[in-house]
Ligand binder design. Sequence first.
Ligand code: ATP
Length: 334
Amino acid sequence: MTRRMAFLKGKTADIKTIAVLTSGGDAPGMNAAIRGVVRTAVVNGLKVKGIRRGYTGLLEEDFVDMDARSTSDIIQHGGTILYTARCAEMMHDEGVARAAEILKKNNIDGLVVIGGDGSYRGARALAEKGANVVGVPGTIDLDIACTDYTIGFDTALNTAMECIDRVRDTSASHERCSIIEVMGRKAGHIALWCGIANGAEEILIPERYDYEEQAIIDRIALRKRLGKRLHIIINAEGIGDSNGMAKRIEEATGLETRATIIGYIQRGGSPTCRDRVFASVMGSKAVDILVSGGKNRVVCYREGKFTDMDIFEALEMQKDIDNSLWEISRKLCR
Ligand code: ATP
């Protein structure tokens, strides 16, 4: 909705300048989200300030004026043109108060925060100090409770899936057991999806793993006796010690076992079509929310629709993995 359309509908906020930052781990599609924010703001006649390096840049007043041209030729690139950072100072009340004061001093009427749940907590803290914030979910981990989609998850998933296919080829040739560790310190969404997509025998995720390693060893030994030559175990990062686990499985089963940690490869690369489109929509929607008078909201994708909700409510929600997907994965891991 343009500012004029919002005005005609009787809902418009008196805002002139907004700012946008990316925070926490970078995610492919963040650039598309920035572009969505900037260009929708321009259409609505707003000034836009890009804040470099997340909350660190906010505290250092590292601002850059942005227009439609500042976001040319970026939609296809991974990473974030605004850079990102983790900012310890924001974890303290004085840091948050200073950041809120800086927003006020620079006449910033609305701040769009593109990041994960930590970045959302930072935004909520700013809201408590009087700032108006809108969160856009940007994290490869899919671990934001209020939304079924986060920017970068789709790209990270497809990157991990391709990497696992490659490891699988060499494991099949050498008749090995392979443990492949994907990202997800507290959340097993990438591991679960790849576990299904890559046909893994075992999927170990923080939400469900009981640390009964002997049970895994017994299942591998049984599959080996039944003639299985290739065994793929997908570990979410939060399970930890994939190398140690490989050693113990090799000793117990006699099967050559190797661990591969995919790591930061999953973070980079050109975003998928889904990430580009969803990020563009979410960035644009964040500005619509500000223009139409919304305060302290987060953009979400729920039950197949783009929507938004109160940031305080959103951060009260808890996320689990999709249990029906987990149950299906149990039936397919043979
Ligand atoms: P990812 O999911 O990729 O890790 P994230 O946004 O969750 O992204 P965090 O490192 O948790 O990444 O958070 C990013 C930044 O948000 C932190 O470095 C800090 O500056 C700020 N932040 C996190 N938690 C809080 C909090 N409770 N209060 C204020 N600021 C916070």
